[in-house]
Design a protein around this ligand. Sequence first.
Ligand SMILES: *Cc1c(COP(=O)(O)O)cnc(C)c1O
Length: 379
Amino acid sequence: MNPERILLSSPHMGGTEQEYIAQAFQDNWIAPAGPHIDLFEKRLAAFFNEKVEVAALQSGTSAIHLGLQLLGVKKGDVVLCQSLTFVASVNPVLYLGATPIFIGSEKSTWNMCPIALEAAIQDSLRKGISPKVILVVHLYGMPAKMNEILALSKQYNIPILEDSAEALGSTYHGKYCGVFGAFGVLSFNGNKIITTSGGGALVTHSESDKKQAVFLATQAKEEATHYEHTQMGYNYRMSNIAASIGLGQLEVLQNHVQLRRQNHVFYQQIFDEISGITLFQEPDATFVSNHWLNVILLNSFEEREALRLHLERYNIESRPVWKPMHLQPLFQDALYFGDGLAAELFDTGLCLPSGSNLFSEDLNRVKAALELFFNNCDL
Ligand SMILES: *Cc1c(COP(=O)(O)O)cnc(C)c1O
């Protein structure tokens, strides 16, 4: 008998989502407009403990697209992008006809390396190109080295778009990820910290930026009864039903973060006992990751594949670390500044089940399968 599949990260309902949905049905707000969208934005903005505004959108990808556009990215522009990420971070650069230049990872956070970033900026400037945006990612919930990256952003006057899709609830020097850049990006896809069944948001620092994002997300309709247009817009607004799910999810957001952090402690205890395997962790207490996914580094590509297939036999999902963008065929012509670390993380890194809805039986199954693998390896 095959036991039920244990997933990396699956939707985890809090319990009140259906009440909000029922309310939306009752009021007939089954549309990409309605009171739950506004309420979701208000409550989400309040979560950050900072003066921010939130524009609720259909996806994190659409938030990146709008963020880049609001930062003035146009055809032919250059965007400095973290290479080690999910493709959704970079596809919107292509939507706008801009060119990504990829930046490698640094050891302690696996995120954008400030030294490689500065090398890329200087190389561009030497060629007479002023990069338009720095697109940094908090991968797997781990905050990037924002102090260093913010300093470069200031020094060279290049704004930051902060892809916080995996890092809702993570903090860096006591501040929530998503508030550091000119714009922050959140995702509420089914596998993220909270889900709206598909959704995202742009975090802004002014009401006018938020209004502009919503304007572009609703077909750029000017004030006129007949629908007047002076700009190209998009159909990117979150639906009132998705926002209803989001309202229920916000009630359990902190709890989900705590549960994921507990999963991390669970893996710490396992890998403390297994020599040679590194569990990805915060470099120091100024970084607090939500541990969206727990990741381990094995000793080789072969060992990583062997463990992945071993877990598969026990119906446990695991997945290699993101394949860096500079190694993707889609971006074969792009420039890359960085060393081999991102490629090495891809070769030897494996993401393990990390959902906030894992029961102790699930975790015990994962533990048993891991121990079986590593005990046999020692023989
Ligand atoms: C999930 C994700 C996105 C995109 O979010 P969607 O809501 O799926 O469009 C962007 N960047 C990163 C790093 C992600 O993990």
